[in-house]
Design a protein. Structure first.
Length: 156
């Protein structure tokens, strides 16, 4: 009698196993590729934002160094690197303290490569004695002096 045929375990992968592992690998590669693209996009966005922040600091410095209040209120245009321009405006109001001003600053940066300008608005206080009207300054100082004297008399 011939020896019985022994069933040995296969030593290779079946076609189904290879196709399933290939599908899993393809899905993992797609997820990793998408993640990598998102990371690169994030880095590009941060780099662009840093560039806009540097431009904004440059334009804000133009306002902060302007000694004439009328010129500061008129605003202006500033040339930027990369053939870009910035248009800025400032609304300046009294802050209720001598030589202190409330500034509403708006800056629009135009880039030829972008359809819309990048716009930023901010408010801040600025101590600028050269912008003060002497009559208003004297009135505000007198009001502050009167308040201090009343506080000394009432609170000791």
């Amino acid at each position: 009698m011939p020896p019985p045929l022994s069933r040995t375990k296969p030593t290779a992968f079946t076609l189904i196993e290879v196709l399933v592992s290939l599908a899993i690998f393809a899905f993992a590669a797609m997820v990793l590729g998408t993640t990598y693209v998102n990371v690169l996009t994030g880095y590009a966005a941060v780099a662009q934002r840093n560039g806009h922040d540097q431009d904004l600091r440059l334009v804000r410095a133009v306002l902060l160094t302007e000694p004439d209040r009328n010129k500061a209120e008129a605003g202006g245009d500033q040339a930027l690197p990369g053939n870009r321009t910035a248009h800025w405006e400032a609304r300046i109001g009294e802050a209720g303290v001598a030589d202190l001003f409330r500034i509403r600053f708006r800056c629009a940066i135009r880039d030829p490569a972008q359809a819309q300008p990048w716009v930023r608005e901010e408010s801040f206080l600025l101590l600028r004695p050269t912008w003060s009207d002497p009559a208003i300054r004297d009135r505000l100082r007198e009001a502050a002096r009167t308040r201090l004297e009343k506080n000394r008399e009432s609170g000791g």
